[in-house]
Design a protein around this ligand. Structure first.
Ligand SMILES: Cc1cc2nc3c(=O)[nH]c(=O)nc-3n(C[C@H](O)[C@H](O)[C@H](O)COP(=O)(O)O)c2cc1C
Ligand SMILES: [Mn+2]
Length: 477
């Protein structure tokens, strides 16, 4: 069952004990984000701040809406206690069946319309998220909608947007993002303004697909439909021909300027550190704002894992890399980029390993961008989702000399936000990758392979059966 809007989702989270409404007044300046951050770090609930300082009652901030696997499960309509591998399987299965959105004449996002001289994004409680951030952010857990004017391809990406004043925002979509690509080629090159919509508070799965790396020409809206198992309803924007989620809470419409740059950030980034200073960002001039009455601004207090960013990136990156490895005929059993590894660490399970396969995996994973800089390869007897098993394999099966392969990543491909890189490396996007091969060398004769001393491996089947059958009779649970 799909949620029609974020309000229904909040009610569902409240029922499962995964959301708390905060009625006491909180400050948009650091306090709302600090509470949300502490809630992630204490495995607490999502937070709906119902009274924000300086703002009318009803102007709300929602923090951490998908910041745990429990909440992600609820957003998919699954029981909150659904185990992680099952959530991944469900996501993978639904993602195979894209569903086109439907266009509706109007929707709740049109309840209020701000145009002309009335435009002011600071009518909404844009939070200051971290001490030291470059400014208040209207877009953190958002959806940025843009369109390729030639092909009609509509892209949804999650990119942050900072407030300069009520009408001017700056953003930092990375060079390889779909927004930056289309903006560069189809607008900056022709000195044209690019229409954009910054969406807050759509169906939670719409936000999830905006974080995922789908291909060029693929409309993320179709995949939001896939995850919802029902089409997303879209409505035309007021000042452009972009289509926006009809049930969204706040839609900031604007234009990206082809001939301007503006300071953006710094910001506490997704690897869990603030690295660097203000950057030169793209500039957005706001052309209209449409919003629901009593609007909810969606926010992530980004930081150390686990939070909404690391959970969703774990799912989307694991699935994308699994598909890519299988396309290259790597004998993959499963792939897991644990949220705690903030897409810097990847675990790959294979049916047959060895150095050659490990090197191939490294080349395939780092072919385009190389945020992942540590890859652990394990044999099929290790459950990639179980870090206890992965650490055991790393400890005893990875040869300290032959099992670790390191390589440089060419300039331009490494992640400029990875904290261990020097300022110089980050500037040139230079870095490295290490692979930890925890598989038995294929050239080792089968009868010399060490035997795992586990219940399943080192006891004959008849003993296992007997023990399992009599488990309760032994007085055990
Ligand atoms: C909370 C959050 C904030 C993000 N902010 C940015 C950003 O400011 N710039 C950027 O390039 N990518 C950002 N990303 C990553 C993109 O959302 C991700 O790469 C996505 O695939 C982009 O969409 P695209 O593939 O259509 O370009 C962010 C991701 C999350 C989860
Ligand atoms: Mn895209």
């Amino acid at each position: 069952m799909a949620f029609n809007d974020i309000r229904e989702y909040c009610e569902a989270l409240e029922k499962t004990g995964d959301l708390v409404r905060v009625q006491r007044e909180v400050d948009w300046e650091l306090e709302a984000a600090a509470i949300t951050r502490r809630s992630y770090e204490t495995l607490g609930p999502a937070l709906l701040f119902e009274k924000v300082k300086d703002y009318p009652p009803g102007y709300r901030i929602l923090g951490g809406q998908q910041g745990t696997y429990r909440r992600v499960a609820v957003s998919l309509g699954l029981p909150p206690e659904t185990p992680i591998p099952f959530i991944f399987r469900e996501y993978e299965a639904r993602d195979q069946k894209p569903i086109k959105p439907v266009i509706v004449p109007t929707g709740p996002c049109k309840q209020n319309i701000m145009k002309g001289n009335d435009i002011d994004v600071l009518k909404f409680p844009a939070p200051l998220i971290h001490d030291g951030d470059g400014g208040r952010y209207i877009g953190t857990w958002d959806i940025i909608i843009t369109k390729d004017p030639d092909t009609g391809w509509t892209n949804w990406g999650m990119y942050r947007f900072m407030v300069h004043n009520g009408r001017i925002l700056t953003g930092d979509p990375t060079f390889t993002s779909h927004l930056a690509m289309v903006f560069r080629e189809k607008f900056v090159a022709k000195k044209k303004r690019m229409p954009v919509a910054i969406v807050s508070g759509a169906d939670p799965l719409c936000h999830m697909v905006a974080t995922a790396g789908y291909g060029i020409g693929q409309d993320e809206a179709d995949y939001a439909g896939a995850l919802r198992k029902a089409p997303v309803e879209l409505v035309k924007a007021e000042t452009s021909d972009l289509l926006v989620p009809a049930h969204a809470e706040i839609v900031v419409e604007g234009e990206l300027l082809p001939d301007a740059i503006g300071a953006e950030g710094p910001f506490g980034e997704y690897p869990g550190y603030r690295t660097g200073k203000a950057r030169t960002g793209i500039v957005c001039e706001v052309t209209a704002i449409t919003y629901r009455s009593d609007p909810i601004l969606t926010m992530i207090a980004l930081g150390i894992p686990v939070d909404d960013s690391s959970v969703s990136a774990a799912m989307t990156a694991s699935l994308a890399l699994k598909r890519r490895l299988l396309r290259h005929q790597i004998p993959v059993t499963d792939v897991y980029a644990p949220a705690e590894g903030v897409t810097h660490l990847l675990v790959v399970g294979v049916t047959s390993g060895g150095t050659k396969v490990a090197r191939e995996i490294k080349d395939i994973v780092t072919a385009r961008r190389a945020a992942i800089n540590k890859i652990v390869v394990v044999d099929k007897d290790v459950d990639v989702f179980d870090m206890k098993q992965v650490i055991h394999a790393l400890a005893v099966k990875c040869h300290p000399l032959r099992g670790i392969v390191t390589d440089e990543v060419a300039a331009g491909k490494a992640n400029e936000l990875t904290p261990c890189y020097s300022e110089e490396e980050r500037r040139h996007k230079k870095g490295g990758v290490a692979i930890f091969d925890c598989t038995w060398p294929p050239e080792w004769p089968k009868d010399t392979l060490p035997i795992k001393s586990s219940f399943n491996d080192i006891y004959p089947p008849e003993i296992q059966e007997k023990v399992l059958k009599n488990w309760k009779a032994y007085g055990l649970k």
